[in-house]
Design a protein around this ligand. Sequence first.
Ligand code: IDP
Ligand code: MG
Length: 141
Amino acid sequence: MTGKKTFTMIKPLAFKQGYTGKILDRILEEGYLIVALKMYFLCKREAKAFYEVHKERPFYDELTDYMASGPIVAAILQKDNAVSDYRKLIGATNPKDAAPGTIRDLYGTDLSRNAVHGSDSDENALIECRFFFSELEEMTG
Ligand code: IDP
Ligand code: MG
């Protein structure tokens, strides 16, 4: 699966604002296959587990409170160079710095409410895909 799959989440505010359809449509237009998809409402414990890599960062509590504040949409996306191309498609972490036309530029509000998550490496993509989806839930072919 190396290089072919990445994991994304549409974060609570973007979901609440009704951007899910537009974001998924953009993902499809950019040539990704959506091979797994679900809506899910993380509890604080689950949000902390997902973002455990950031547990020493000052924003860990704020970030995990936010991610547990409303439903999200999680998806596995398939395409060549999925991880790096998707990071380009979403843009910089802070929507203010995100290149024009990127998903965070179009649908992000601020640093913590930046519309979407995207995996940062193949290794983390696999971990994040498996956090939300079993192999059975993932389409193949
Ligand atoms: P990324 O989502 O672009 O990979 P990370 O550094 O992995 O960025 O941070 C994870 C998430 O934590 C970001 O998407 C953002 O929502 C939030 N975040 C990052 N830095 C800060 C900060 O300084 N204050 C508040 N939230 C932050
Ligand atoms: Mg990250």
